[in-house]
Design a protein around this ligand. Sequence first.
Ligand SMILES: [Zn+2]
Length: 175
Amino acid sequence: MPGPGEYRPDPTVGIGRVEDLPKPKIACQSRNYRRRPCPRCGHRAYRDRVARRTLHDLGNPLTGRPRDIILIYSQHYCTRCRKYFNADMSDTAAPGSHYTRRVVELAVRLVVEDGLPYRTASWALWRDHRVFVPYATIQNWVEAGGEKGGASDRHRLPRLGVIRLLGIPRRRRAV
Ligand SMILES: [Zn+2]
């Protein structure tokens, strides 16, 4: 194993085709339950069916392999509210996101705390953590205050919340 600071050539240098990139290591996680309390009324609702989503996680810099999580989860039907809901997995990833929270948090930190431009942060995530995130996606995360997507998240922090909180002038981000 190479020591700290030792130069290791990037195994992806010179690779021009996506299919030649190292294959991700797949980890399976389960949020599959028979019954779950309804988030609206608390009624213990039975599972209606099972679904899955794939999440990009931080990869392994030593093996050079990205890491994907296949998350199996149950979808439930509340007979009182007559509404469907998913088993809660918001600790792993925000609703609708293709990335784990770990990736989002690290990406936002690279920009907000380390001051990297979006494109550099995108490259650093690939180089050091083997996760490919388009820089525009990182920009969305930072402007949404570190949360991907959900309307409820947007209400909690104003858009550009992180930027405003840290007093970073807008100009500096336009790199
Ligand atoms: Zn309900």
